[in-house]
Design a protein around this ligand. Structure first.
Ligand code: ADP
Ligand code: MG
Length: 460
């Protein structure tokens, strides 16, 4: 599954900017699955492991539906512990920064109740707290929930384990019947189902089982002289030895220069810029996706629409003119639970760009001289696969299964030697493990699809 940006949601511009400042570049799987439903007002049972980003699901949905002209409590979030209540309110407040004056109040046991009463009296939009203390406030009349439109049961399984079921029931009974109820749980035991049956209306169940953890992107900034960028790039590749990398340049002339220089060093590299014809572009992209090329040197425009899973490194040979473009570039690495690294080359002319990049992300990372990196031998990025290009694609109705069949028909090439098969508009591409390349080439050249012989080339 590819990660989607938050921009696919119907969120105000200010919220999208806020999310990108928080470093939320793409939605986590549970967010992608649950947010559209939650924002549309549906009841949800959402199940996903800890750290999958469930808080933002209900926070964004609640904030989206908030009526700023109404000073009464519009949303209630119940959490099992004081620590979780504090964490959830903190995340809520960060996500609420896109707009002024959204009030979030936290109520939990252990803090003097009169302090919480004060803050509730001043009017608040969202209350986050533990069931025991929320019930206390209801009984004292310091909390009124009759205008609540959304109730969240966060970590519902833990609240049940902790014996909060009676408190939860009495709290829910004083909220309007027509409300949205969002239930979050890491596990789904039977008593969660009965809780849902009692308190939810036609809930949609959303479950993300994969062991996705959040994307982590490390960022590095290296200083070098204006005329020393090529050497700096070689040093960076030698030091980090990435399995594959996209090197971004601002001009197509630069992509050519960098491409030549790396090729001369034995790197398996290709360039991608706007002057390539569709055929060349398809070939380059297929090879890079198949890992039969390890470095792609590209302009931002040419790299648009490039969707590479698990891209380990993004290198900014030139920093982009605009920090949002930088964020966009680094969003291509570290996807779907992998770690990615972003490495920027910065000259003295880039000082302003670097500070803008830190300003939008609220980061403050040092720019260190590139010479501080230790060289770890020549980088060639020896790719594990090679790609065969077969003439004819979608128009000829080639199908991946047929190509696989041709390759493996005599058992000389095993199924595990064959990687991705992409049928594109003009041509089809198949990845084969290097040791099996010669045998695979013979099979393809002797093979037929729909009775016709194949025209095959080995790339790159
Ligand atoms: P859960 O409730 O599923 O255990 P949290 O909502 O507490 O997970 O999120 C875990 C961490 O991930 C938090 O630090 C949160 O700020 C961060 N986070 C949430 N969504 C994203 C996102 N889309 N991109 C990056 N970080 C995120
Ligand atoms: Mg949580």
């Amino acid at each position: 599954m590819t990660s989607q940006p938050f921009t696919v949601l119907d969120l105000p511009e200010a919220q999208l900017a806020n999310l990108s400042r928080l470093g939320y570049l793409t939605m986590t799987p549970i967010q992608a699955a649950a947010l559209p439903l939650a924002m549309a007002g549906r009841d949800l049972i959402a199940q996903a492991k800890t750290g999958s980003g469930k808080t933002a699901v209900f926070a964004l949905a609640i904030l989206h539906q908030l009526d700023m002209t109404d000073r009464s409590v519009q949303a209630l979030v119940l959490c099992p512990t004081r620590e979780l209540s504090l964490q959830v309110s903190a995340e809520m407040r960060r996500l609420a920064r896109f707009q002024q004056n959204i009030k979030v109040t936290t109520v939990y046991g252990g803090q003097p109740i009169h302090l919480q009463k004060q803050s509730l009296k001043h009017g608040t939009h969202i209350v986050v707290g533990t069931p025991g203390r929320v019930k206390d406030h209801l009984e004292r009349g310091s909390l009124v929930l009759d205008r609540v439109r959304a109730v969240v049961l966060d970590e519902a399984d833990r609240m049940l384990e902790m014996g909060f079921v009676a408190d939860m029931e009495s709290i829910l009974s004083v909220t309007p019947r027509r409300r949205q109820t969002l239930l979050f749980s890491a596990t789904f035991p039977d008593h969660i189902q009965s809780l849902s049956t009692r308190f939810q209306r036609d809930p949609e169940r959303v479950q993300v089982e994969d062991q996705h953890s959040l994307v982590t992107i490390q960022q590095r900034f290296y200083h070098c002289g204006v005329g020393e960028k090529l050497q700096a790039l070689s040093l960076i590749l030698s030091h980090y030895q990435p399995a594959s990398a996209v090197v971004f340049c601002s001009r197509k002339q630069t992509t050519r220069e960098v491409g030549y220089a790396l090729a001369a060093q034995g790197v398996h590299v290709a360039v991608l810029h706007g002057d390539l014809g569709q055929r060349e572009r398809e070939e380059v992209l297929a090879c890079f996706q198949h890992q039969s090329l390890s470095v792609l040197v590209a302009t931002d425009v040419a790299a648009r629409g490039l969707d590479i899973k698990e891209l380990p490194a993004v290198i900014h040979y030139d920093l982009p003119p605009d920090p949002s473009l930088y964020i966009h570039r680094i969003g291509r690495t570290g996807r779907a639970g992998c770690t990615g690294i972003s490495i920027a080359l910065c000259t003295e002319q880039d000082v302003h760009k670097v500070s803008q990049i830190h300003a939008v992300q609220q980061t403050d990372l040092p720019t260190v001289p590139v010479e501080t990196l230790a060289s770890r031998g020549r980088f060639t990025g020896e790719p594990p696969w090679i790609t065969f290009c077969i003439a004819g694609g979608r128009k000829e109705k080639h199908r991946p299964g047929e190509i696989l069949g041709v390759l493996t028909r005599d058992g000389i090439v095993g199924g595990s030697d064959v990687g991705r098969i992409d049928v594109m508009d003009l041509a089809s591409f198949v990845a084969v493990r290097k040791p099996a390349a010669a045998a695979a080439g013979k099979q393809l050249k002797r093979g037929r699809i729909k009775g016709r012989p194949l025209r095959v080339r080995q790339l790159p």
